[in-house]
Write a protein that binds this ligand. Structure first.
Ligand SMILES: *[C@@H]1O[C@H](CO)[C@@H](O)[C@H](O)[C@H]1NC(C)=O
Ligand SMILES: *[C@@H]1O[C@H](CO)[C@@H](O)[C@H](O)[C@H]1NC(C)=O
Ligand SMILES: *[C@@H]1O[C@H](CO)[C@@H](O)[C@H](O)[C@H]1NC(C)=O
Ligand SMILES: *[C@@H]1O[C@H](CO)[C@@H](O)[C@H](O)[C@H]1NC(C)=O
Ligand SMILES: *[C@@H]1O[C@H](CO)[C@@H](O)[C@H](O)[C@H]1NC(C)=O
Ligand SMILES: *[C@@H]1O[C@H](CO)[C@@H](O)[C@H](O)[C@H]1NC(C)=O
Ligand SMILES: *[C@@H]1O[C@H](CO)[C@@H](O)[C@H](O)[C@H]1NC(C)=O
Ligand SMILES: *[C@@H]1O[C@H](CO)[C@@H](O)[C@H](O)[C@H]1NC(C)=O
Length: 592
């Protein structure tokens, strides 16, 4: 007994010390199963799991206890430079949760997710106050509200609502819970009323590990749910949600629909992918771009990008053009659309690649140019902070008609509308009103130009819902490799270099992420475990390795310095909000 306790203590110490002294940016190798969101011009990155370089020496998934911010206007090798914010150790470090931003009040709520280590605490709603750089606990009543994980969620800015549909309840997210239960309800958090409600989903079928997105269409906005796992009609087994079965929630009318999608090619069923939405200027098409994901059942997963164009409900393959999968399948990554035009795909777990880091110089960020607006007309490109308009790419216009600015001519699903009301809703462009802050929020410093800029960006954020799409595991390294190589080497990143792949060996139970660290589907739901694939293959693609160059030390030091200066003493508002700081406010009471 004593000996095993001692062993445990030693084990714990060694596990802890393995993270000691690690710098989340300097020692970055990979991040996955994390949560992200964008408020104003900052991308926030919270929780999830990290791997340290070199991966070959230590493949353990460590809890990401850091909270980071990427500045969209400060680029490092073509991607937002990230900075480490002060965190509060009491905030649970979870995976598979969601960040719901209140962009008007400069607040980010953290809901859901599972714990890597130890027992989950009772659910309390933590939120990050952007102005004061503090984490606070909301006094919202959480009676009968559990912490779910790997559901699908989104925040809707004009209504100040956070949505979370489906997901799992398990012992890693709910104290003293037994088993793994997939949910069929939708949890709604009212940010101004500071209250939760738990309403019914589209049907009695539980779902998890899919994605939900917001479109500014219809009477008051529309939520689109796709992918992931669903319960079976006949038994307790979870099966895949077909990618042709799209669930639609009409916010204003509180009504769910199911619409069939079609296409010459349809993406394979998947879970834990990520996605983002954008739309043509004239709203003749709303286009959801998805990337990657894990297989349902056996398979290494996906590294491909697809578009679901609506209201035609046509699937269109975006990347790679041919029928092949990308050679770097990955899942449990995040997608954030900026200004309707670009999507930052970040991190992911790469079951087929156990040795390589995910472009550490740019912390696993990859850029999908939704309208191919870069000078090369490429799909994957560096982030361009000045790009604010979305042009519908030829891949979409060849299927739905029209041109870059819209004018789609195919505006109904191939097999017709599931319900007449849906057609009506999709014809109505919805323009969400800007929502005023309900607490005193100082405006960012800067002269008038800067304020106009930020006002413009705020509008853009309000126009969409601020995502926080969680889900699948995406392997972005390949994409990073793609453009970095083309840029640096003028060498075609063709397939030849991408064949070598190594399998993820099965894990033993010494993994500090715990037996459920990977959220393997619970056995009673018939989840086929991720196939551990045969032995390592040699010959790691050389240009993949080329990306592993260390950034100049300056970049990291700057990051650290900036983090220090952003740490406000005594709850002073962070620097960028200037000196005219209102007195600290309590959370607003719902004015409605
Ligand atoms: C963490 O946040 C809580 C709630 O705001 C606060 O009471 C506590 O002092 C914070 N801890 C640290 C170390 O800042
Ligand atoms: C939360 O705190 C605010 C401000 O102190 C108060 O007005 C509100 O009634 C509280 N809400 C709950 C549910 O306790
Ligand atoms: C929503 O309500 C259902 C039915 O009471 C419950 O099973 C589920 O756990 C609730 N969801 C959350 C996230 O608490
Ligand atoms: C459960 O139902 C699904 C289809 O609904 C079927 O594919 C599967 O084989 C069934 N599993 C068992 C154990 O009966
Ligand atoms: C994953 O690796 C295995 C074994 O090397 C290989 O056969 C398979 O094609 C790879 N899958 C993908 C999607 O790259
Ligand atoms: C402020 O305005 C000046 C002159 O119009 C300009 O040169 C400067 O770049 C602006 N600064 C910021 C932060 O926008
Ligand atoms: C790390 O997490 C990923 C994704 O959850 C999982 O596939 C992998 O097995 C984990 N690695 C280790 C060493 O536990
Ligand atoms: C969060 O807590 C800090 C420190 O107590 C306080 O200054 C701030 O006003 C709080 N934020 C909200 C939104 O209540």
């Amino acid at each position: 007994m004593m000996r095993s306790l001692l062993f445990l203590a030693v084990l714990l110490v060694s596990l802890c010390s393995a993270q000691d002294g690690k710098d989340p940016l300097r020692n970055f190798c990979r991040i996955h199963s994390h949560q992200t969101t964008v408020v104003d011009r900052t991308l926030y990155i919270n929780g999830g799991l990290v791997n340290w370089e070199p991966l070959s020496a230590d493949a353990v998934n460590y809890t990401n206890t850091w909270f980071r911010a990427g500045d969209l206007d400060e680029l490092n090798v073509g991607f937002p430079q990230q900075h480490v914010l002060t965190n509060n150790d009491s905030v649970p470090a979870v995976q598979g949760g969601i960040l719901w931003p209140d962009a008007s009040n400069k607040i980010i709520y953290l809901y859901g997710g599972e714990y890597n280590n130890g027992k989950p605490e009772e659910f309390r709603l933590w939120f990050y106050d952007i102005v004061y750089n503090t984490w606070n606990v909301s006094n919202a009543s959480t009676t009968d509200v559990s912490r779910a994980s790997w559901g699908a969620g989104v925040a809707v800015q004009d209504r100040a609502l956070g949505y979370y549909y489906g997901g799992w309840l398990s012992e890693t997210s709910v104290p003293d819970y037994q088993g793994n239960t997939p949910l069929k309800d939708m949890l709604v958090y009212d940010m101004l009323g500071n209250s939760f409600r738990n309403q019914s989903g589209p049907d009695d079928i539980p779902r998890a590990e899919g994605v939900m997105l917001y479109l500014p269409a219809g009477d008051g906005g529309i939520l689109i749910y796709l992918g992931g796992l669903r319960g079976s009609d006949t038994n307790e087994t979870m099966t895949s949600q077909s990618m042709t079965e799209i669930l639609i929630y009409d916010i204003a009318n509180n009504h769910w629909y199911t619409q069939k999608a079609s296409g010459d090619r349809i993406p394979e069923a998947r879970r834990r992918f990520c996605a983002g939405a954008t739309w043509a200027e004239d709203r003749s098409s709303y286009n959801i771009y998805l990337y990657g994901g894990a297989s349902v059942g056996e398979g290494a997963g996906f590294g491909d990008a697809w578009i679901l164009s609506m209201p035609s409900f046509r699937w269109i393959k975006y990347y790679p053009e041919d029928d092949n999968n990308d050679p770097y399948p990955h899942h449990s990554l995040t997608c954030n659309v900026v200004d309707n035009a670009q999507m930052i795909v970040m991190g992911g777990s790469f079951p087929n690649h156990t040795m390589d880091c995910d472009v550490p110089t740019i912390y696993g960020q990859h850029g999908l140019d939704l309208g191919k607006a870069n000078s090369e007309g490429a799909k994957w490109a560096r982030f361009d902070p000045t790009l604010t308009t979305y042009k519908v790419p030829s891949e979409i216009t060849t299927v739905v008609g029209g041109a870059a600015t819209g004018g789609a001519t195919v505006t109904s699903p191939e097999e017709g509308w599931a319900h007449q009301d849906l057609q009506v809703q999709f014809k109505r462009a919805y323009t969400p009103a800007a929502r005023a802050a309900t607490r005193a929020v100082p405006s960012p410093t800067g002269n008038s130009t800067a304020s106009e800029e930020s006002a413009k960006h705020r509008k853009a954020v309000i126009g969409g819902a601020v995502g926080g799409s969680i889900g699948g595991v995406l392997l972005l390294s390949a994409i990073g490799a793609f453009f970095v190589i083309r840029r640096n080497k003028k060498k075609d990143a063709s397939k030849e270099g991408y064949d070598a792949a190594a399998a993820m060996p099965p894990k033993d139970n010494m993994d500090p992420a715990g037996p459920n660290g990977m959220s393997s589907p619970p056995p009673q739901y018939g989840w086929a475990p991720q196939t551990p694939i045969s032995p390592y293959q040699t010959g790691f693609p050389e240009h993949y390795g080329e990306n592993r160059t260390e950034p100049g030390p300056g970049q990291y030091h700057n990051a650290v310095e900036l983090a220090d200066t952003q740490m406000p003493a005594n709850n002073e508002p962070v620097e960028k909000y200037g000196s005219e700081v209102p007195a600290p406010q309590e959370m607003p009471v719902n004015p409605r």
